[in-house]
Design a protein around this ligand. Structure first.
Ligand code: ADP
Ligand code: MG
Length: 581
């Protein structure tokens, strides 16, 4: 029934049917994916999906092979966020599946559309717990961690399974979807003509969800009554690709806006109505806040703490269950953002707002003072460099290359870079986002470069880089225009931790302040730099971006630059160590 034929250029021997009237599941799967518009897959192969990946390449799907599944998953998630279509991750059974699942779960938490397709072992011995090769009940492990999970057992079900996964990933609130494909399903054959009849294009897989007229009216009435209103823009708004509508909403109302981290650039940070430097004022003084694709979660103190206790919220979100989750919402507008913002714009026509005339000028004056003070912090030439003296040149170079996508992770490196670098274009900043995770850097940089064809700069703490560093080799193998900038202060938070036992082991937070990460880049043929001064960093970054080649810049910081947990040190529990030493 099946034998092997040699594929010339690869030297690899993919399984193909000798019977031209028959096709295998692993042939149907890429066809089904192509049929719904999937043109790229990120993954790491092995039993039982290696031949499948070759068949994807053969059928014209770009396959980006990684060194670790988690990074391939971060790439797929970023691809989903940046294109609006699900990114696809391919993993092998058991550990490969588990490594990838971390990224699929992270995508679900962040509302990024992605599909993890994993091979899985033969079902019968798994269900009887008989100890089979890479045996794991993957479907049931995935359920509960992802938006939806399906298993496909026979080739004739593959097109429907793919359509279901696709719809689940992008309809309503987007998220990560798991599709389990068993080894027998990949290898089983069926009649080619019968298979051809199974392919279909799902109609309207991302249907608009129009908010009710009453909800829009309620929201407009509340907004019209506000004395000190504000918008909070979240990455849901960036994902929705309604850049013009958002601009119109802000500019026709004249209401200031505060962008969440990945919504930076939706409107330029330098926009006259940007309240990015007046976060506390918005929280403490705004009387009506409009959440636009932003959740009132920990990143916004769950609507508590500093927030004006009398303040009221209007929330525009696609997920009805998001409403009231932390604080009562006076005017929920449940619908997709394109429909909701358009409805709001229409309903606002002819409506007079009652905004205090001093509200916006007050925010602008405060921002001016704070921005000037902040700039001073960046204009220092401290050597050895601190985060701030390093960020001076990084800010200059990135702001003069606004179309470069910025990927950013770390603790101090994340917080300080976010504050320092103004963004001016939508969907140009990708970071650790809602889960505050480390280890998304290389994957997200690769996904961003592949999905958009644009240049990418990843600004990484040395610890953050460590999670995904080996996939710098993937950047090099695929010759992507990605520059990785490593802020090396030799540790988690900083490199001055002391082992309290007096022993010679490094402290828990200590890494390698003398490490030459540039040498690691050299191993894979990248253009590399080791810089110790702000001036050299500026030259290196300018040159690296212009080269459009894989580059790695090792930025030597002082070991004492950075504090524990960056801006969120308050989340650390008081430790016994602090009390007893
Ligand atoms: P941020 O971290 O920037 O505040 P979040 O990820 O917390 O952003 O919130 C994004 C919100 O946007 C989620 O509640 C999600 O349901 C919502 N969302 C995502 N896509 C859409 C869309 N197309 N229309 C409406 N809401 C959306
Ligand atoms: Mg560090």
């Amino acid at each position: 029934m099946l034998n092997t034929t040699t594929a010339p250029a690869t030297g690899f021997t993919p399984l193909q049917s000798t019977n031209p009237g028959q096709v295998t599941g692993m042939y149907i799967l890429p066809r089904a994916l192509k049929n719904i518009g999937i043109d790229t897959m990120y993954g790491l192969v092995g039993i039982p999906v290696t031949e499948f990946a070759y068949l994807c390449q053969m059928q014209g799907i770009k396959f980006v092979g990684f060194r670790h599944e988690q990074q391939a998953g971060m790439a797929a998630a970023t691809h989903g966020y940046l294109t609006g279509k699900p990114g696809v991750l391919l993993t092998v059974s058991s550990l490969g599946f588990m490594n990838g699942l971390t990224a699929t779960t992270n995508a679900t938490v962040n509302c990024y559309p992605m599909i993890q397709i994993s091979g899985s072992s033969v079902r019968e011995p798994i269900d009887l717990d008989q100890g089979t090769y890479e045996g794991l009940d993957q479907l049931n492990v995935a359920k509960g961690l992802v938006k939806a999970a399906y298993r496909v057992n026979q080739p004739q079900d593959i097109p429907v399974a793919v359509a279901r996964a696709y719809r689940a990933a992008i309809s309503g609130r987007p998220g990560g979807v798991y599709l389990d494909v068993t080894t027998p399903c990949l290898g089983a054959t069926m009649d080619k003509d019968e298979a051809a009849k199974l392919f279909f294009t799902p109609v309207d897989p991302q249907p608009p969800m129009v908010p009710s007229a009453d909800s829009v009216k309620r929201a407009v009435q509340l907004l019209a009554s506000a004395k000190r209103p504000a918008f909070v823009l979240g990455k849901g708004a960036a994902f929705a690709r309604i850049d013009d509508e958002i601009k119109q909403l802000v500019e026709t109302t004249g209401i200031p806006f505060y962008p969440m981290s990945m919504a930076k650039g939706l409107l330029p940070d330098s926009h006259p109505l940007s309240a990015i430097s007046a976060r506390s004022t918005i929280m403490e003084q705004a009387d009506v806040v409009v959440l636009v694709g932003a959740r009132l979660n920990w990143l916004l103190s769950r609507g508590q703490g500093k927030w004006n206790p009398q303040g009221k919220f209007i929330q525009l979100d696609i997920d009805p269950q998001e409403i009231d989750c932390n604080r009562p919402i006076a005017a929920p507008v449940v619908g997709d953002l394109k429909s909701s913002v358009t409805a709001l714009l229409n309903a606002l026509k002819g409506v007079t707002l009652s905004m205090d005339s001093a509200w916006v000028p007050g925010i602008q004056a405060e921002s001016k003072v704070k921005n000037a003070k902040f700039l001073q912090r960046l204009q220092v030439d401290t050597v050895p460099m601190t985060h701030w003296s390093a960020l001076g040149p990084v800010k200059k170079v990135l702001e003069s290359n606004p179309d470069v996508i910025l990927v950013n992770e770390g603790a101090n490196t994340l917080d300080d870079t976010r504050d320092a670098v103004d963004m001016s274009l939508p969907r140009h900043r990708i970071d650790c986002a809602t889960w505050a995770i480390m280890g998304m850097g290389m994957g997200s940089a690769i996904g961003a470069a592949v999905a958009t064809g644009k240049s990418v700069v990843a600004v990484e703490g040395d610890s953050a880089f460590g999670f995904s560093g080996m996939d710098f080799s993937t950047i090099c193998r695929f010759k992507l225009p990605v520059t990785v900038v490593i802020f090396n202060n030799g540790g988690i938070y900083n490199g001055i931790g002391v082992n309290p036992s007096g022993g010679t082991d490094p402290a828990p937070t200590t890494l390698d302040v003398k490490a030459r990460y540039d040498k690691l880049g050299e191993a894979f043929g990248a253009k590399t730099y080791y810089v110790t001064t702000p001036a050299d960093l500026q030259t290196a970054l300018t040159e690296a971006i212009a080269s459009k080649l894989p580059c790695l810049i090792d930025v030597q910081l002082a070991a004492d630059s950075g504090k524990e947990s960056g801006h969120i040190g308050y989340l650390n529990p008081a430790s016994l160590y602090q009390f007893t030493v």
